[in-house]
Write a protein that binds this ligand. Structure first.
Ligand code: F6P
Length: 365
């Protein structure tokens, strides 16, 4: 009897999904004599609608450097999973196809929402192994998710590239960086790109203190300022509002994003401000060597968990070692930047402003 494994990629895509599946597929074919792999197309909807393909060994070749996902992906929110829509009971359908194909395991590659659904499927009686994907690096229990380091490279490159225009035109340049509710991507690329001000969701900022930081720089002879702001960053005033209220308030004021808000605030002082967002470029293209390495190891490790019959878990990297965490232990947890994170503390020490305290004027000290 062959061992049968289903595979799917869910949520927003990122670099390294294919590299991870390659590590997984090659290891399974290498180590299990008789194995069959099935790929569900377009995320969980492929499983709900029995839309799948049989994957052959050659499908896992030549995809190490390929962005996106050969299986396609989709955002099927966790909250909708238990809802019966148009007579379709999603979890029941997924169990049905799992049983029909006689699967021994389902491997799911995805972010926080995907992990919640993976746990739900595990509780519904399927053998599930998850792999942590996201450029946001916000999955609980792993030091890094795959996709993150490539996104850091892209965002850092964006910050690097605006430096010249900022300097030539004496401007304040705002680079808005993805990351959802987590500031990891902005923190890492902000430090790596030499941003002067880093604004992240976990540390609400005061626009006056941001302006003050810009002014102190100008007074000290720096005619330009680079601000790296996370898409989820918020002002101290906004921090008291629920997300929906915050967005509604911004809309009322004519701001579509936090960088719109910042641009308006800073321009008030007569400064020339421009903003840009590398946006989906941060999720696209080939994975960087670190991610290829991590993806390959994650894939190999997931295959070895299957061989050992360890299910209901997600693969993780902790202290540079491959490990795994129980899916049931992750419910509703995510990993955010602690306001006193060591990187934040170190960055503050060299004068990087987080927009929440008076800027240090090192010429005055
Ligand atoms: O989770 C990855 C991510 O790129 C976030 O950083 C961003 O907030 C979100 O996805 C964008 O989602 P969508 O692809 O649905 O526009």
């Amino acid at each position: 009897m062959p061992k049968k494994i289903g595979l799917l990629t869910a949520g927003g895509d990122c670099q390294g999904l294919n590299a991870t599946m390659r590590g997984l597929g090659k290891t399974l074919y290498q180590n299990i004599k008789d194995v069959e792999l099935y790929g569900f197309l377009g995320g969980f909807s492929g499983m709900i609608n029995a839309d799948y393909v049989k994957l052959e060994p050659h499908d896992f070749s030549g995809i190490l450097t390929r962005g996106g996902t050969i299986l396609g992906s989709g955002r099927q929110g966790f909250k909708t999973m238990k809802v019966v829509e148009d007579g379709v009971d999603k979890v029941k359908n997924m169990k049905k196809i799992y049983d029909k194909l006689d699967l021994d395991c389902l491997m799911v590659l995805g972010g926080n929402g995907t992990h919640k659904t993976a746990n739900l499927l595990s509780q519904s009686g399927m053998n599930v192994i998850a792999l942590p994907k996201t450029i946001d690096n916000d999955i609980y229990g792993t030091d890094f998710t795959f996709g993150f380091h490539t996104a850091v490279e892209v965002a850092t490159d964006a910050i690097d590239r605006v430096h010249s225009t900022a300097e030539s035109h004496s401007r304040v340049m705002i680079v808005e960086i993805m990351g959802n509710k987590a500031g990891w991507l902005t923190l890492y690329s902000g430090v790596a790109g030499g941003a002067d001000i880093i604004l992240i969701p976990e540390i609400p900022f005061d626009p006056d203190l941001v302006k003050e930081a810009v002014m102190v720089r100008r007074k000290n002879g720096h005619n330009f300022t680079i601000i790296a702001v996370a898409e989820g960053a918020m002002t101290k005033k906004e921090a008291g509002l629920k997300e929906k209220e915050r967005l509604a308030k911004r809309k009322e004021l004519g701001y579509r994003s936090v960088s719109d808000l910042l641009t308006a605030e800073i321009a008030e002082d007569g400064l020339e401000v421009r903003s840009m967002a590398p946006s989906y470029m941060q999720r696209g293209g080939s994975p960087c060597p670190y991610d290829r390495f991590l993806c390959t190891k994650f894939g190999i490790y997931a295959a070895s968990l299957f061989e050992q019959g360890i299910f209901g878990v997600t693969v993780a990297l902790r202290d540079n070692q491959m490990t795994h965490n129980l899916l049931s232990g992750m419910a509703d947890k995510s990993k955010l930047v602690a306001p006193n994170d060591q990187t934040v503390q170190l960055a503050r020490k060299m004068g990087i402003s987080f927009g929440d305290t008076d800027p240090t004027d090192y010429y005055k000290k």
